[in-house]
Write a protein of this length. Structure first.
Lengths: 381, 157, 390
């Protein structure tokens, strides 16, 4: 059928099947948010097989961490997931604090909650913008980015940086909340709760958007759990588990919020879970800010910690915007870690690419992978 | 407590009792904290214990498989969590430096597949029965295992 | 003959008194080009006459036959320039309106952003003209030329008013539709000839989309012609002036034709053929630089043609029903262009608000929704015609 018999991509099999062909999406592809490859084998329009290839961004993070004293690892943890950087530094500081066996001040815990939730909203807004580009609608992209700017401004208020914030420290946070920070946060959150309805209306009121997301990328509860998928993708399939509520850390047990769970298991329910999570984050921020105000201006926000961590092992886990992230630390009494392991949620979510896209059409693949919300920095570490 | 019934949301004490009863002499539960159980076991029983934890105690999710290089020996650490109670069980198995083989648990939890691949390519621990034990994050041409202590970074020499 | 001043050459006679006048009725662009040549040719003739008095070249330059010949050449240029500027204005309109929808300003440089479009086109044309090694050279070049050529051809053939036309033919609407419908075949062959998996898929998708949306369009064109009594564009516009604009009785047809026109111009939400996020540009993958710029321009020409067809068939063409300022006699072309740009404005809003439709969903909509609707429209018009209302 070709004018000249030339293949311009590598095929897995030696000869070219006329009915099945391998399409390599990536690493330089407009839809992949980050540097990874997804090879899919298509038969006409249906996807038969898929294989994700990651590792383009592997920096040997864990090995590098073994050569640095603990405070120097905090900026490194920022760059693990550059889109949601507060949560990884928080996780690292929690792990070291567990190894040191200290209890950080109350104010620091509440400030960390506020920072985490701001990071969660901002990360979900970036995800929403990416969904817009994948579905061919640039209006959603620009509106999502515009809202995100307000939350990045809050980050600047708090610590001076928009993205890689480098804010939490072992024993607390780097600085107290600034003047009128609570006023700014409340203004931002109140405005956001109204404007989010506009963005939702753009998607939910249009049957084209909904029909492209419904019924696509279906997974049952058993499959989701067995594949190790965590986070909003798991809660969209009916698993009622959120580390903030069921395995609480840092005063999340003193805050009252709901965990959205949908039972359908397709892309639309994952989308709904994330939108509802944004509303719940606003609720959490309100309560935490009130508690910070109640503690007063002169409450301590940081403890002095020794630089040598006693020998032992500690684990901490945290509800990242993308799933369950975990750090495992083996310390040996010096000021550098012996072994520091990071578990990133996207690493396992991407490994489930084959069951997710099998059986759907080529045009559905970007939509399904957008709902997983890739961030390559944490996958490859 | 009955070791043959299925418990959906066992508490930490129940888990300790059940594990020590069923695998007497093999599993050694070292510590218990709120929602955490730590145990060590020889490497031959890893698969059996994991199967029991998965089916009878309904621990549906494997969080990580971690490799550790203690210079005289190696270790594999499994962290398994329960979605009904938030409990996490940590199993540690020691491996002799001359015999780095462990049975793979990717047939019990498919989510452990890539974790075991990563541990293999960074430490050299071979998981028997793994469907595709190849390099994942590092280039295919690497012939060494980067995260072992014998491989030194420039700042560590 | 003695000529004392240039005014002896530049006489501006009545254009229709020239016995070689090619049209039946008064034609404004031809009049303009006739007068332009009188001015230009007359000046050249007078200058030559100054150097060499009484030479035959000067008289040849301004005699009847030759004036017509040169006027025809300038006529082509005038028509193309007006259509080109009209399309550039619709391109500028798209960038500004889409920008405002997305809470930004669009292009800002140069006459509120208009010259930016010109500059972009200029930049694209300055790029290196490469040809990939693996493509089939004949199909690669010829299909592209044909796609662009037919698009520009029909864009120029649309009459802007009673006195602004190229050919006044009795089957006007049908010819425009026929040429409009040629593009999918060229796109299919082009996608195949590029020897690239992505282009092949893109070309096939574009062809299947366009072919399935042409059926409702043809039915609706036949319906309009039925209602007006002929395919002649002037007759259709005059019929709407006598009764109401046709989008009122044919409201179903108006909406359906609008969507079919959006699909035919490969605009979002129906732009699967160029879906960047899936197949990196589709059938245009291997075209770079100037060729890609021409494809983009041809896309906007087709968009302009589609909007013009909507205006002619449903929005009353170049006539306004209530006319206190006598625009119908003095500036009907501006009315027509403004109506076309308004229809394009509606297409832009559609683009900004809606996601891309999946290919199988597009075919579903085309065959299962739009075709029955166009048949319903035909039934309504038949009843109105038989009932004597129109």
């Amino acid at each position: 059928m070709m004018a000249k018999d030339v293949l311009d991509i590598k095929a897995e099999s030696a000869q070219m099947d006329t009915d099945k062909m391998w399409i390599i999406m990536g690493p330089q592809h407009p839809f992949s948010h980050g540097l990874w490859t997804l090879k899919i084998q298509v038969d006409g329009e249906i996807v038969k097989d898929a294989e994700p290839i990651v590792g383009y961004l592997h920096r040997g993070w864990e090995k590098e961490a073994e050569a640095r004293p603990y405070p120097k690892i905090i900026p490194m943890a920022d760059r693990l997931c550059y889109a949601a950087s507060m949560t990884y530094t928080h996780l690292f500081c929690m792990t070291v604090e567990k190894a040191l066996d200290i209890d950080i001040p109350e104010k620091a815990k509440y400030i960390r909650i506020v920072a985490d939730e701001i990071c969660r909203i901002q990360s979900h807004l970036m995800w929403l913008a990416a969904v817009g580009t994948d579905l061919g609608n640039l209006t959603l992209f620009l509106w999502g980015m515009r809202e995100r700017e307000f939350f990045m401004d809050l980050n600047v208020r708090l610590c001076g940086a928009r993205m890689t914030t480098n804010y939490t420290r072992i024993g607390g946070v780097r600085n107290d909340t600034t003047e009128l920070f609570d006023r700014d946060v409340m203004r931002c959150v109140e405005r956001f709760e109204k404007v989010l309805w506009d963005l939702i209306a753009l998607v939910d009121d249009s049957s084209i958007f909904v029909s492209r997301m419904k019924g696509v990328g279906n997974l049952t509860r058993e499959q989701t759990v067995n594949l190790g998928i965590t986070g909003p993708a798991m809660r969209g399939a009916g698993v009622d588990f959120d580390i903030r509520r069921d395995d609480p850390y840092d005063n999340y047990d003193k805050i009252d919020f709901d965990v959205p769970v949908m039972t359908q298991g397709d892309s639309y329910s994952r989308y709904q879970v994330r939108i509802e999570e944004m509303f719940q984050s606003c609720k959490i921020i309100r309560q935490a800010v009130k508690k910070i105000n109640a503690l007063g201006k002169n409450a301590p926000y940081r403890l002095k910690v020794p630089s040598n961590v006693p020998a032992g092992r500690s684990t901490a886990r945290l509800e990242d915007p993308r799933g369950e992230s975990l750090m495992y630390l083996i310390s040996d009494g010096t000021d550098k870690p012996y072994r520091l392991k990071v578990r990133s949620p996207i690493f396992t979510n991407v490994s489930a690419a084959k069951p997710l896209v099998q059986g759907s059409r080529i045009a559905d693949v970007p939509v399904i992978m957008a709902m997983i919300d890739m961030c390559l920095g944490e996958t490859d570490r | 407590m009955d070791i043959d019934t299925t418990y959906q949301a066992p508490s930490v004490d129940e888990i300790k009792t059940l594990l020590t009863e069923k695998f007497a002499g093999k599993v050694n539960v070292t510590k218990i904290e709120t929602r955490r159980v730590y145990a060590t076991l020889p490497k031959e029983f890893v698969h059996e214990v994991c199967e029991y934890i998965h089916e009878k105690l309904t621990f549906e999710h494997i969080s990580t498989v971690i490799g550790v290089d203690m210079v005289d020996y190696m270790q594999v650490v499994y962290q398994i969590s329960n979605y009904y109670t938030g409990v996490m069980v940590e199993l540690t198995a020691d491996l002799d430096n001359h015999d780095l083989h462990v049975q793979s648990i990717s047939d019990i939890w498919v989510g452990g597949n890539w974790h075991e691949r990563e541990t293999y390519e960074l430490f050299g621990i071979i998981f028997d029965g793994h469907p595709k034990l190849e390099r994942l994050l590092t280039p295919d041409t690497y012939e060494f295992y980067p995260f072992r202590k014998s491989y030194k970074l420039r700042g560590q020499e | 003959m003695v000529y004392s001043s240039i005014l002896n050459w530049v006489q501006f006679p009545d254009v229709m008194s020239n016995m070689y006048y090619p049209f039946n009725v008064y034609n404004l662009p031809y009049d303009i080009s006739y007068k332009l040549w009188e001015l230009l040719g007359g000046t050249i003739a007078w200058l030559i006459n100054l150097l060499v008095p009484g030479n035959p070249v000067s008289t040849w330059l301004v005699c009847d036959e030759v004036v017509n010949m040169f006027a025809l050449i300038i006529f082509m240029i005038v028509i193309f320039l007006v259509v080109f500027i009209g399309t550039l204005i619709s391109l500028w309109e798209e960038r500004k309106v889409l920008g405002r929808l997305m809470d930004r300003r669009g292009t800002m440089i140069g006459m509120k952003g208009f010259l930016q479009c010109v500059a972009d086109g200029f930049k694209t044309f300055m790029k290196e003209n490469t040809m990939p090694k693996k493509v089939d050279k004949m199909t690669y070049m010829w299909t592209l030329a044909l796609v662009i050529g037919t698009s520009v051809l029909i864009a120029c053939m649309i009459p802007l008013s009673q006195r602004w036309f190229v050919v006044d033919y009795n089957t006007g609407l049908l010819i425009i539709m026929a040429l409009f419908a040629l593009a999918p075949f060229f796109i299919l062959v082009s996608g195949w000839g590029q020897n690239n998996k992505y282009s092949l898929i893109g070309g096939m998708r574009a062809a299947e989309l366009m072919i399935s949306y042409e059926v409702p369009m043809l039915i609706m064109i036949a319906t309009t012609a039925l209602m007006a009594g002929s395919f002649n564009i002037g007759d259709i516009v005059n019929a709407q002036f006598d009764s109401t604009w046709y989008f009122i009785p044919q409201i179903v047809g108006f909406i359906t034709f609008f969507f079919c026109a959006t699909a035919e111009s490969e605009r979002p939400p129906f732009d699967i053929a160029e879906a960047e996020t899936e197949l990196v540009e589709g059938w245009q993958t291997e075209y770079a630089g100037m060729k890609w710029g021409l494809i983009m321009l041809a896309d906007y020409f087709r968009g302009y043609v589609a909007c013009a067809m909507v205006t002619i068939m449903y929005l009353g063409g170049w006539l306004l029903p209530w006319d206190p300022l006598q625009i119908n006699t003095y500036l009907p072309e501006i009315t027509f262009l403004i109506k076309t740009w308004f229809v394009f404005f509606m297409m832009i809003i559609l683009r900004g608000a809606i996601a891309r439709v999946r290919p199988d969903q597009i075919l579903n909509i085309g065959w299962k929704v739009f075709m029955p609707l166009s048949v319903i429209n035909l039934a309504i018009v038949l009843m109105l015609k038989i009932g004597g209302v129109y």
